[in-house]
Design a protein around this ligand. Structure first.
Ligand SMILES: Nc1ncnc2c1ncn2[C@@H]1O[C@H](COP(=O)(O)OP(=O)(O)OP(=O)(O)O)[C@@H](O)[C@H]1O
Ligand SMILES: [Mg+2]
Length: 370
């Protein structure tokens, strides 16, 4: 049975360093596929190990459904948590056959003979490895080994599955096909899945929601499309899809999810969070992506082409607005451009960041390099 996971104010400190997890609160629904995304060292593995019971919180509480599993005066041992873990390194027994590896947890549970063999065969069929029972892990490819690890997890019928960068050792092509395997695995088990990765394409392709982490904290937890279109902070805007963040002067106070602003020397309509309070005359910050910009648009801002790369359906330009020296923006154009050429870039939209929206004024910052 899938279970929900609830973290409240969880902090994990190690000696000699900043907190690996710093006051993390997160609710993962039963049956949800959640990705933990963030750069190396941000605390992803620590969070996973905490859920599994290999770490205890220094502060805060962890509960599965309504049951407290870690907190002041309470610690449920890992083996009593009924959580399955899939590692990057597969963790298969080299001296056992594929069938024995998959059947091992069933043997521990006391399942014997024909019933165990049937469950092993079912689990292997689910990951497209029927008939591989007699092989040794050493005789399999990396992708096949990872599928054996998944089959072993499937055979255990766990309510919670934790995955720590399970595709990190596989090549690009295999990773794409394994993404589909993981989604099928999730549909089949209905388990609550927490999937750690530092690859945002992987997280966005598979998960119901993505939690973006930075330095032990969770910056935003949202569905992939929301994370991309409506980042909550500048850090998320820059991290997801390489968004550019530029300063803007608010002309019309935002309301109903729209605002009029002046940025890079031109006026534009921006999207924003409904009800965001940022008065006319205030300064805000805007997340711009390639799809918000239009090459060769009359009335747009003047920019200089720094590079132009042929991408088949379009050319990807990197341009520098004349009004903001040092700023680099990516723009898609129908035709190639020469380096150094000037063009007008139209602003079709942009997302006004909600961060600091309550403040009357924001400090003016240099438009930073993206
Ligand atoms: N047992 C430990 N003792 C001391 N410090 C630790 C320990 N485990 C983790 N840390 C520190 O906690 C921080 C978070 O580590 P963690 O392994 O959770 O990062 P991560 O996000 O999984 O990184 P990566 O993407 O590189 O795997 C790091 O600064 C790490 O050095
Ligand atoms: Mg890690």
């Amino acid at each position: 049975m899938a279970r929900s996971i609830h973290l409240r104010g969880v902090t994990r400190r190690f000696p000699n360093g900043p907190a690996a997890l710093d006051d993390v609160s997160l609710d993962i629904q039963a049956g949800e596929f959640l990705a933990l995304l963030g750069p190396s060292g941000c605390g992803k593995t620590t969070l996973l190990r905490l859920i599994a019971g290999f770490e205890a919180p220094t502060d805060g509480t962890l509960a599965f459904d309504e049951r407290l599993v870690a907190g002041p005066g309470c610690f449920v041992q890992p083996e009593a948590r009924q959580v399955a873990i899939v590692f990057q390194s597969y963790a298969l027994w080299p001296h056992m056959s594929v069938g024995e590896n998959v059947g091992y947890p069933l043997r521990v549970k006391g399942l014997r003979g024909a019933e165990r063999a049937r469950k092993v065969a079912e689990a292997l069929a689910a990951v497209d490895l029927s008939g591989f029972e007699g092989r040794r892990p050493a005789d399999l490819s990396g992708g096949q080994r990872q599928r054996v690890a998944l089959a072993r997890c499937l055979a255990m019928e766990p309510g919670i599955v934790l995955l720590d960068e399970p595709l990190a050792n596989l090549d690009m092509h295999l990773r794409a096909s394994m993404e589909e395997t993981f989604r099928a695995f999730h549909r089949r088990t209905g388990a609550t899945m927490v999937y750690v990765t530092h690859d945002q394409a992987e997280a966005m392709a598979m998960a119901d929601r993505v939690a973006v982490m930075e330095r032990g904290r969770i910056l935003q937890v949202s569905a992939p499309a929301t994370l991309y279109r409506e980042p909550a902070t500048e850090a998320v805007a820059r991290f997801i899809g390489h968004g550019h963040v530029v300063e803007a002067d608010i002309l019309l106070s935002p309301g109903q999810g729209h605002a009029r602003a002046r940025l890079l020397g031109v006026e534009a309509d921006l999207r924003c969070r409904p009800g965001l309070r940022l008065p006319a005359g205030a300064r805000g910050r805007v997340c711009l992506r390639a799809e918000d910009l239009e090459a060769d648009a009359p009335g747009g801002f003047l920019a200089r082409v720094l590079s132009s790369t042929f991408k088949g359906a379009h050319s990807r330009l990197v341009v520098e607005p004349l009004a903001a020296p040092g700023l680099r923006l990516a723009v898609h154009a129908d035709a190639p451009y020469a380096e150094g050429e000037s063009l007008r870039v139209g602003l079709k939209g942009g997302w006004l960041l909600p961060e600091g929206g309550e403040a009357a004024t924001l400090p003016v910052r240099e438009a930073a390099l993206a």
